[in-house]
Design a protein around this ligand. Structure first.
Ligand code: NAP
Length: 312
């Protein structure tokens, strides 16, 4: 196994990771970004963003390409598609072992983001890729002139439901309350979307089909009445859960697993910082992830400099 030594290793190559990479490398510490998959993170799957400052509308993939190009300018090293074997955040140096490399790091910045939550109902796991999808941008085109359901009431659910109306003949938006959580501007747009029909106060109890999904069982949470809805596809957008596999339990986390930090992004372990969606934060956006990355990296650089002063 090849050993690689860095001042800072950033786990995760999304907006938080790239911003951290820029600030760390620009702060003259040797910096690597290590990711278990392709670089770009969650926004790479967003069709478009209209709330990243400086761009009135930009594709998610395109924006992340710009982040990467910008980080490259400062000379970060990038390791994508790394299969993680172990992560030791407590040791000194901190050690991340992948199938190919052992990364020894003075500081680690966790920027691993979050992933979609599952409904946890019968049929969900069975029909993934055969009617159950967590990515409208990736799979929407398969539902041309078909009927689909989206579950959730947040920005993701409502925006993706509107996106799916470009393909589907009808989109049901199933929400467990009778009021959306999504931003008002998003709600206003959705209310004008003719192909979108809201199913309020309802939860999905089961996903059924043969080869492909053909119905979902709903329960009205007020009346407890059950009904079946014929759909060809279902897109759960019910929130996110942090990507903390491999180091969960080493740092302090909240009850849902999100990492606790102070205002400098420092975690409960010296020299370990957490930035972006993986940490406890009141807002999870590309702009806040990038901002976290900047703050975390500045303090990671200070930590490395202090270590160097001690050893001189
Ligand atoms: P979210 O805001 O947490 O919304 C999750 C939705 O799913 C809520 O409406 C929630 O219902 C519902 N839900 C949760 N668990 C459920 C369950 N087991 N069964 C049925 N429904 C369930 O998540 P999100 O929409 O993925 O957004 C995550 C973050 O990213 C947010 O901060 C959001 O603003 C941000 N985001 C921003 C943009 C943008 O600005 N362009 C786009 C996408 C996401 P309740 O409302 O009843 O809790």
């Amino acid at each position: 196994m090849q050993i690689k030594e860095f001042d800072t290793v950033i786990l995760g190559g999304g907006p938080a990771g790239f911003a951290a990479g820029m600030y760390a490398a620009r702060g003259a510490v040797s910096t690597a970004i290590v990711d278990i998959s392709m670089l770009g993170g969650q926004p790479s799957n967003y069709l478009e963003l209209e709330n990243y400052p400086g761009f009135s509308c930009i594709g998610g993939f395109e924006l992340m390409e710009k982040f990467e190009e910008h980080a490259d300018k400062f000379g970060i090293e990038k390791f994508s598609m790394q299969e993680i074997e172990s992560i030791d955040l407590v040791s000194s140096p901190k050690v991340i072992k992948t199938k190919e490399f052992q990364f020894n790091a003075k500081t680690v910045i966790i920027a691993t983001g979050a992933k979609p939550m599952k409904l946890g109902v019968p049929g969900e796991a069975e029909f993934v890729g055969r009617g159950v999808s967590y990515c409208a941008v990736c799979d929407g085109a398969f539902y041309k002139d078909k009927v689909v359901a989206v579950v959730g009431g947040g920005n993701s659910a409502v925006e993706e439901a509107m996106y799916l109306t470009k393909f589907a003949s009808k989109v049901y938006l199933i929400h467990r309350r009778n009021e959306l959580r999504a931003d008002k501007i998003v709600q206003e747009r959705a209310s004008k979307c003719e192909k979108l029909e809201f199913v309020w106060d309802s939860v999905v109890k089961e996903i059924k089909g043969s080869d492909l999904v053909n119905t979902i069982v709903l329960e009205n949470v007020k009346s407890n009445e059950k009904s079946e809805l014929s759909v060809n596809g279902i897109f759960p957008y019910i929130g996110i859960t942090p990507n903390v596999e491999g180091f969960s339990g080493q740092v302090a986390q909240d009850s849902r697993g999100f990492i606790l930090t102070d205002e400098t992004m420092k975690t409960s372990i010296d020299g370990v910082f957490a930035v972006g969606d993986v940490r406890v934060t009141p807002l999870r956006q590309v702009v806040t992830a990038a901002s976290d990355g900047a703050v975390g990296a500045v303090y990671a650089v200070k930590y490395v400099e202090a270590l160097k002063e001690v050893t001189v």
